[in-house]
Design a protein around this ligand. Sequence first.
Ligand SMILES: Cc1ncc(COP(=O)(O)O)c(C=O)c1O
Length: 381
Amino acid sequence: MECQEYGLTRNTERDNLNLNPLQRGGMLPVEARKALIEYADGYSVCDYCAGRLDEVPNPSISGFLQDLAKFINVDEVRTTHGARESKFAIMHALCKPGDTVIVDGNAHYTTHLAAERNKLNVIEVPNNGHPAYEITPEKYRETLENAIDSGIDIKLSLLTHVDGDYGNLADAKAVGAVTHKAGIPIILNCAYSMGRLPIDAKALNMDFVVGSGHKSMAASGPIGVLGMKEEYSDALLKHSKRHKVKEIEMLGCTSRGAPIVTLMASLPYVAERVKHWDEEVEKTRNFVRQLEEIEGVHQIGVKPKEHDLTRFETPVFDKIAENHPRRGFFLYEELKKRSIVGIKRGQTKWFKCSVYGFSEEQIAYITDSFKEIVAKYKDLI
Ligand SMILES: Cc1ncc(COP(=O)(O)O)c(C=O)c1O
């Protein structure tokens, strides 16, 4: 058999300034790149395993999990294959088919799929619409109370801490108080927050927090985090009857090899970087201010920004696209000429981007580039 050329290079994304929000928090520091090579082979973390991944002493996965639990302030923590697998496992352990869960209207598709795979009904708390698309604790309370009043037994609730569409940071503490008052456990989906900003699960009134190593914790994918309160550990970490030491929801073992060692190697770096979250927010706000100086560029979602993921409506680029021979592709191509990538090809009505981790100089270069492109095509507007 002759195999095709699979195109396994990433020079474009690596050598240019990548604005794709999905990529900004998953970039590996040097220590993690070294660990990646050291543990690149298949079951590389399993040499000293006595049956449980979370208890492996060498490399010290057990020690790492203790540190990780402290980092997010939970009683127990496990790694999974992603935030989605963490959500699935919680729903699976706590609900049965036909049960109902309540989730925010900005929830990620993986939340919907986790519920669907568990055969659960979903009630959605709507956001407040254009332009902020905010999920308010008041709306969460109202939707929950209406459901309860109409006789629906809600087994579990979920809040997306920072959503992937608008980059809004939800008021987790207030929503946690709402669901606890109703006696319903709550999951905080921290895919876009854990590893970028400090997470204290207990202070946020959360029973579960789930994270994504490849999205926000500087790890190779796929790897997720599942943190929980003690009272749920029996349900979530229940052992197999047949294979006594194995945890059923984890299917015995979850992420092994490169993903877990990079997550481990990056933890000190990530623990340090969350202390500088305010600086990142300030950089994002400056970026928004500068980009909004262009007529026809508006940030949507909550203002001022509280997270780096930013969505802009960009009628000015859409107008240029209408009259440009390359149509919608002009923006991608003009940015690429300036070594900027990460805005989807052909997209000009709106786009999402992030400057997380870039320096002020790089951000100034990026905003100047957008302004330069508008100036170049002023006759097409
Ligand atoms: C808000 C949110 N939750 C969950 C996920 C999925 O995370 P994972 O790939 O770790 O399952 C994403 C990925 O884009 C996301 O944006």
